[in-house]
Design a protein around this ligand. Structure first.
Ligand code: ZN
Length: 411
């Protein structure tokens, strides 16, 4: 029995095909039963019909790099100041805000554990479907070692928030990866180079030896999972490719030679351009340390060039936001920033079809095709002409459907 029929939609199915006006979609239970355009024959009885008024229907958006548990801009300070309960409750709000922005699925690259994924899957809280990495694994002094250089206590594994594990040497990183896998993560996140938020490293550094990375990849693949690495530097990217890391995040300092290594290894690049723009704009007023903002500005400076190199070499490019704390309401802006370099349709496909591949859910998500899960956003205006429309999501997203359930309808 058909549950919902969407009619009169301009469909961008995100397979890469041109938009088709006057389209319709039949949703049966959680999935897309049928998609077409032009005249639809007799409508099945007992179905709710939603007239899309010629607006543009897209698959539910996917953000392949979020930190739902980054509830404040300073992820280092939030881990010091907030109780576990506060971190969890604030994370639930970020999850709802993310769904409000049209992201029906996200990949969390460090922070939330499998319990949050389960809460959404069971319908306990509104939020995007989540692919989780649990705690990110970092070397001592690496990107997820939150201690200030002056702090000499042993690294603490936090139960919530931006959780991380500091582990050094092959046996320790194996144990750290196995621990995350034991807790049901979808992939393992490691820090393979310096980052902006961390107090003790620079962007152009690499972290972890080849042997340590290979050990983590071995553990993840043994469990049927994969590894994602945070990395900006050329040297780090090359090590990641050698180790068999499947997705490399940020990549701002990529050169043609490291891009070539990615091409050969088949790794996905996940640019996160919007976070540099927003921290550069708002970091100071949000109280972020000078060193953090300085490194972000260095990253911002190279962000467009990195995506341009990836396009030139034909890398597989996903899309992430990596926004922190209150800046997380700007997730939709990533589309416009990537679109400027890649073109609007490619940016839409990166945010849907390619991100679905990244989380290994391409059979269920990422395009509007029969058989897939019924996740949709309907937008006012033409995203191919103006990707910035995703920014004003409260007005411009008129319908959000997740797994066949209408979450928002202001048509
Ligand atoms: Zn991140």
């Amino acid at each position: 029995m058909a549950n919902i029929i969407l009619t009169n939609a301009n469909i961008i199915d995100c397979t890469g095909a041109d938009p088709r006006p006057n389209g319709w979609v039949v949703i049966e239970d959680k999935r897309i039963k049928e998609v077409g355009h032009g005249r639809k024959g007799a409508l099945p009885a007992k179905a709710a019909v939603i007239d899309c008024h010629g607006q543009t229907l897209l698959p539910g958006l996917i953000d392949a790099h979020v930190h739902l548990a980054s509830v404040e801009a300073s992820i280092v300070e939030q881990q010091r100041r907030l109780l576990t309960s506060t971190l969890v409750i604030k994370t639930l709000k970020v999850m709802r805000d993310t769904l409000d922005q049209g992201f029906t699925t996200v990949r969390d690259c460090g922070g939330v554990d499998a319990g949050f994924r389960q809460a959404v899957a069971e319908g306990l809280v509104p939020g995007p479907r989540i692919s989780v990495s649990g705690a990110a694994i970092s070397q001592t002094g690496g990107h997820a070692d939150w201690r200030l250089p002056s702090e000499t206590y042993a690294p603490v594994t936090h139960p919530a928030g931006l959780s991380s594990i500091v582990a050094d040497g092959v046996p320790a990183v194996q144990k750290a990866a196995r621990e995350q896998l034991r807790q049901g993560v979808d992939f393992v996140k490691i820090m393979a180079g310096g980052g902006a938020a961390s107090p003790s490293d620079e962007l152009d550094t690499s972290q972890y030896s080849l042997e340590e990375m290979q050990a983590i990849v071995f553990e993840a693949e043994s469990a049927g999972k994969y590894v994602s690495a945070h990395c900006y530097s050329d040297r780090g990217i090359k090590l990641c490719c050698k180790a068999g890391i499947r997705t490399i995040e940020h990549c701002n300092l990529i050169t043609e030679s490291s891009a070539q290594a990615m091409k050969e290894s088949g790794a996905y690049m996940v640019p996160t351009m919007v976070t540099y723009v927003m921290i550069s704009r708002m970091g100071k007023e949000l109280g972020l340390p000078d060193g953090f903002v300085r490194k972000i500005n260095e990253a911002l400076d190279k962000a467009e060039n990195a995506v341009a190199i990836a396009v030139k070499l034909g890398l597989k490019i996903g899309s992430g936001s990596d926004l922190l704390g209150p800046m997380q309401v700007y997730k939709g802006l990533e589309l416009a920033l990537q679109g400027k370099i890649m073109g609007a349709m490619n940016a839409l496909v990166a945010t849907t079809r390619t991100n679905a591949e990244i989380i290994r859910r391409e059979k269920d998500l990422g395009t509007i095709e029969a058989g897939k899960l019924a996740d949709f956003v309907l937008v006012k205006g033409d995203p191919l002409k103006d990707l910035a429309l995703f920014q004003n999501y409260k007005d411009n997203l008129t319908l959000i459907v997740q797994e066949g359930k209408v979450y928002k309808n202001i048509l």
